[in-house]
Design a protein around this ligand. Structure first.
Ligand code: 1HE
Length: 271
């Protein structure tokens, strides 16, 4: 159980009705707030998520995204799709890309706290986060095939990087649904915890992440996925540049000195 007190966010974050944003120290908690529609992602919802991600408080060092109600997220709001033409379909998908890029490549690492349905665009959102924590009610699916559509929120780019093309193809072609344990084995989620404890676990991880040096977190968020997309030769060069930037910050030097002087924690096994 987290002991940090969370208070309602101020400024533009307080004006968002589809996201309930609270702040506890260096951690921001964004809760999807449309439980009657299973947190289905309407255009306005996506815009508000984008707005939130680019307006996190200066003091934020990590964020958690969770969902209100019995499910994390039922994906795209299907009621808005029915009459979309080709041009607006492209723009709609690009709007999702911009919002989810703001999650993945924003200022702070984001932990997804998952429960219930994590399907379609809900899985696309979860895959834009940096770490996924699921409780044992969580299930993962990509029902786009049954709805006659395709992923459009970056899922074809991000989800294969977690679970591989073959598994994603299986989910999309057959309508197969993974439970939490299967999601863990496939790489869709990094933690599975007992029912109802996913938010506490996610907040605890976020609090731990928030204690890292910001430039180390930045390197993990921004350099690591790009290096993974580069050739070995280019990746090694990018790594050297990023490493030099991170280790030359005063914060890194203070932390290295603290370890050498016996003032920093040792590496211990935690869950
Ligand atoms: C919705 C949506 C939605 C629920 N768009 N309204 N996503 C899907 O294909 C998943 C569709 N949803 C479901 O399969 C189920 O709703 C759930 C398994 C997630 C939850 O079931 P349940 O029994 O708890 O809820 P429910 O009774 O099905 O839904 C409650 C209400 O939410 C109901 O509305 P109401 O006015 O009748 O109360 C539902 O219509 C509404 N609702 N899900 C709109 N998705 C960028 S491309 C991304 C592509 C995709 O995401 S495709 C996958 C879409």
């Amino acid at each position: 159980m987290t002991t940090t007190t969370f208070s309602p966010a101020t400024g533009v974050l307080a004006t968002l009705n589809l996201l309930d944003v609270t702040v506890g120290g260096a951690v921001v908690h964004l809760r999807l707030n449309r439980p009657a529609k299973r947190n289905a992602l309407s255009d306005t919802f996506i815009q508000q998520l984008h707005t939130a991600m680019i307006n996190l408080p200066e003091t934020a060092r990590a964020a958690v995204i969770s969902g209100k109600g019995d499910h994390f997220c039922a994906g795209l709001d299907l009621s808005e799709l029915v009459e979309r033409d080709i041009g607006s379909g492209v723009l709609h998908s690009r709007m999702w890309h911009a919002a989810f890029d703001a999650v993945q490549f924003g200022r702070v690492p984001v932990v997804a706290a998952l429960h219930g349905a994590v399907v379609g665009g809900g899985l696309e959102l979860a895959s834009a986060c940096h770490i996924r924590v699921s409780d044992d009610t969580t299930y993962f699916g990509l029902p786009e095939g049954q709805r006659g559509i395709f992923v459009g929120g970056g899922g074809s780019v991000r989800i294969p990087r977690l679970m591989g093309v073959a598994r994603m193809t299986d989910l999309m072609l057959t309508g197969r649904v993974y439970d939490a344990a299967e999601g863990l084995a496939a790489g869709l989620t990094q933690y599975v915890v007992p029912k109802g404890t996913q938010l506490d676990k996610a907040l605890a991880l976020a609090q731990r992440i928030a204690t890292n040096a910001p430039m180390s977190n930045y390197a993990v968020m921004h350099a690591l996925p790009r290096i993974a997309d580069q050739s070995q030769d280019q990746g090694l060069m990018t790594e050297s540049l990023m490493a030099a930037v991170a280790e030359s910050t005063p914060e890194a030097q203070d932390r290295l000195r603290a370890f050498l002087e016996g003032r920093a924690g040792k590496v211990v096994k935690t869950n």
